[in-house]
Each structure stands twice: as structure tokens, then as C-alpha cells.
Design a protein around this ligand. Structure first.
Ligand code: M6R
Length: 353
């Protein structure tokens, strides 16, 4: 290991854990003067249709954006993963905007989608970490995460930055129906720090799990579902364990058949309108003998293990609940003795189709 690497990682063993902890430093970085949120939102206001595209983690952020825009700003969007976008681009209506989300701004699938969208006359709005990237240069308006280079292949702090930008957009387009001003943001920062300080708790939790876990399911409804997907992506790529994000209401439509006493099920269940339904699903799972890890601001006897979240406004929970899942993925990788920074078979930026 070179000296530079040691310095860059500071006190941390890996870039991934450093970047997870850095989230408290980078959280508010998108809110700098150079990010013209009003201009970006004006394009959205003037559009007849709004599409969102991205790959992997960036796609998961788009899914949350869809839910928040619908709920608070009453704006209908369609989220299409970039690798599938080309199969829909023929029906892109005139006067559409396509919001492309990409940490690197170099993902081939995203660039290809944007090219197709432009050919169909769409305006391109992008959310990137690299303002000089190919995607940024193809865009009519950009917002940057400004979270610094992300070295770990798994997207962590960039996802957080993307979420913050999405929340700000929804705040503006909902005319404040979803509060997200400086005060909310500073409060949120404190809560993010609080959740990050549960690092040791998560480490213990992971060390108590069976080393040969084959499957982890993550359940969530509504705004928690995109986080369930993102958490499962993190576990797959970092720890090489099969993980699946499941919309809790879908359990009885199939996935329940997979649950047995070997299963580990994480439930994302802060108190909101989904709470009781997710408790019911948890009871169904419990009766099949699965091990349940509850992530919530309210304890429940159905959970075998509990990760406590602080109280925040319910729409903000996605920002907090991803942190224990990132930490869990990292410690699962260590438990499996695999390199969390450079997962096998994966590249940080997928520049080929
Ligand atoms: O740079 P991008 O945001 O366009 O990258 C998209 C995906 O390749 C990326 O998010 C990938 O899924 C991450 N490795 C997930 O942690």
C-alpha cells in the first residue's frame, strides 16, 4: 500500500468506510451558490413530461425522487433505468425533460439514453458529481453533488448527495409543502451524525450474524422501498451475498415462499403511514422462523435485533435509514474477508455498454 493511499484514507481502513463517515461533511455540499436550483426547476415546470434516468444507485435515487415529486409536488414522472431507456425513447413526447442522475457523468448507458432523448427533442437536466463530465456537457442545466472524489466502487456519499438534491428540488416544486430549508438541513445533519455514530452497534450486529448467510431480504414500503433496493445493491456488491429489496406489500405475491429460518430480513420501518402494514409483514415473516432486524425509531417485539433511528419528519427517513445499510454492507464484506473498496467484477465507472 502506497503512502498516498494511507494518507487519503486517514484513520480508516478502507475508502468505503471513510466515505460513509464523510457523509456528515458532504451532506450540505450541494447547497452552494453555483448550483442554480431555480433554473433547474424552471425547466421542470415548463415541461409537459418529466423522465428520470440513471443506473444502479443513481437509478434508486430516481425512484425516491418519483415518489417525493408525486406526493409533495403532484408532479408525475417516469423513471427508466438507463440500460432500458433506448427501448422507450421512441415514445418520448415533445417538450419533455429527462433528468439524468450519474455520479461520474460517464456511464455509457446514461450517455446513450441522453443522446436518444436529445434526438427526440428533450431537454436534459443532470445531477452529477463531476461538473466537467460528458453528461454535464450534454445538459441544459446541471446540479452538482460537490461531495469530492468517491474512490470506493460502491456509491455511498454520492447517493447521499443525490438525495439531498432531490429533496431540494421537491421542496422548491412543492412550494414548500415539503419543508427543507436551512433549519431542516442543519437538524438533519445532526441526525445523520447521530446515525453514523451507531457504527459500533452495526459492527456488533454483523459479527453476531451467521458467517454463511445466503440471502438477505430488505423490506420497505413507499419511500422506504427505493432504500430497500439501494441497501440490497450495497450488500450484493460489497459482501457478495444475495440480497433483495422487496416492497413489503408484495411479500404474499411471491417472495414469502423464500422465507424460512435461514433467512435474514431487514425491515425499514420508521413511524409513518406504512408502519402497521410493515409490522404485519414482519409477523408473517417471523412465523416462518426468519431473523428480523428492525430499523426504526420505534422498537417492536417482532424484531430480533433493533437499530434505532432518531426522530425526524417522516419524509426524511430515507436519508437516515440508508446509513445502517451502508455500514452493514461494509462490515459484512469484512466478515467475508473481501475487499470492500474494489468488489470483484465491477468498475467504478461503467463506460462501456
Ligand atoms: O456514475 P454513475 O452514478 O452513473 O454510476 C451508476 C452505477 O454504475 C453505480 O451507481 C453502481 O451501481 C454503483 N457501484 C453502486 O454502488
Amino acid at each position: 500500500m502506497g503512502t498516498r493511499e494511507v494518507i487519503e484514507k486517514g484513520k480508516y481502513a478502507h475508502h468505503t468506510i471513510k466515505e460513509i463517515h464523510e457523509q456528515s461533511l458532504t451532506l450540505l455540499k450541494p447547497f452552494q451558490e453555483f448550483n442554480d436550483f431555480q433554473n433547474f426547476c424552471e425547466f421542470m415546470r415548463n415541461a409537459s413530461n418529466v423522465y428520470i434516468t440513471g443506473s444502479g444507485t443513481s437509478y434508486n435515487c430516481g425512484l425516491l425522487g418519483k415518489q417525493l415529486l408525486s406526493r409533495f409536488a403532484k408532479i408525475k414522472t417516469e423513471v427508466i433505468m438507463s440500460s432500458e431507456f433506448q427501448y422507450y425513447s421512441d415514445s418520448l413526447e415533445p417538450n419533455s425533460v429527462v433528468i439524468a442522475i450519474s455520479q461520474s457523468g460517464e456511464t455509457a448507458d446514461v450517455l446513450h439514453s441522453v443522446k436518444k432523448a436529445k434526438e427526440n427533442g428533450a431537454k436534459i437536466l443532470s445531477i452529477v458529481n463531476v461538473p466537467t463530465s460528458s453528461l454535464a456537457r450534454m445538459s441544459d442545466s446541471i446540479l452538482t453533488l460537490n461531495c469530492g472524489p468517491e474512490i470506493g466502487v460502491a456509491a455511498t456519499k454520492s447517493f447521499m448527495g443525490q438525495l439531498m438534491i432531490v429533496y431540494k428540488i421537491v421542496n422548491i416544486l412543492s412550494s414548500g409543502q415539503m419543508p427543507f430549508d436551512d433549519f431542516n438541513q442543519r437538524d438533519l445533519l445532526m441526525m445523520v451524525k447521530k446515525v453514523l455514530s451507531s457504527d459500533g452497534i452495526i459492527q456488533n450486529l454483523v459479527s453476531s450474524l451467521d458467517t454463511n448467510i445466503k440471502d438477505i431480504y430488505i423490506l420497505g414500503r413507499s419511500i422506504h422501498y427505493p432504500i430497500a433496493l439501494e441497501g440490497s445493491l450495497k450488500i450484493k456488491e460489497l459482501a457478495y451475498i444475495h440480497a433483495e429489496g422487496i416492497a413489503a406489500g408484495e411479500l404474499k405475491h411471491g417472495p414469502l415462499a423464500l422465507i424460512d429460518k435461514e433467512s435474514v430480513v431487514v425491515v425499514l420501518n420508521p413511524i409513518d403511514e406504512t408502519y402497521q402494514d410493515v409490522i404485519s409483514s414482519s409477523n408473517e415473516i417471523k412465523s416462518r422462523g426468519a431473523h428480523i432486524i428492525g430499523i426504526s425509531n420505534k422498537k417492536n417485539e417482532v424484531y430480533d435485533r433493533f437499530v434505532e433511528l432518531p426522530d425526524v419528519d417522516s419524509y426524511l427517513y430515507p436519508i437516515l435509514e440508508i446509513i445502517p445499510l451502508q455500514l452493514m454492507s461494509y462490515y459484512l464484506a469484512l466478515k467475508k474477508q473481501v475487499d470492500p473498496d474494489y468488489p470483484r467484477n465491477l468498475a467504478k465507472s461503467v463506460t462501456v455498454k
